[in-house]
Design a protein around this ligand. Sequence first.
Ligand code: SAM
Length: 161
Amino acid sequence: MLKAIKAKELYDKTAKLYNFRYRRTQFEKYKIALHDQLLDGEILDLGSGTGLLSKFLGKRIHQVDVSKGMLLLSRGRRVQADISKLPFRANKFDYVLSFSALMNAENPEAAVKEVKRVLKPGGTFIVTYLKSFDFTEMLKRHFKLIDSRDCGEDVCFILKN
Ligand SMILES: C[S@@+](CC[C@H](N)C(=O)[O-])C[C@H]1O[C@@H](n2cnc3c(N)ncnc32)[C@H](O)[C@@H]1O
């Protein structure tokens, strides 16, 4: 849990600066990743931070983050949890979206297995992470790859369950 604890401490400390620093960058990623998605049904934002994605979409979505400091700046349905242990039943979500968070997970494959568990069969997983990481093969072991996109500092994958 060391990496998750470190991420929690880091984001708790810097939460108030996050939107000022990263809003524009994150919104660019959302546009590239989501412009052609229906985004209907139940949506989960994994590593949701300050809730920028919820603001971008203009709708209430489920949000999970390990940092209370970040969650407090968000609104709506928020749960403090680690992305490797999600407090949701199986087959709940139509979409799981995760922007710039997977590389912080202690065990990224355990997190991806949790995504698979909570996503409906045929549901969509959209994930971005820094280009210095490479989870491509691992993601393809668990999901069908539909598309990959360049999201600036991140790579983006559109996957189906
Ligand atoms: C770079 S921020 C991205 C926030 C948000 N997705 C966005 O688009 O602005 C990474 C977020 O992932 C969260 N995070 C890091 N490790 C996590 C973990 N193991 N479980 C849940 N959230 C985590 C951090 O607290 C932080 O809010």
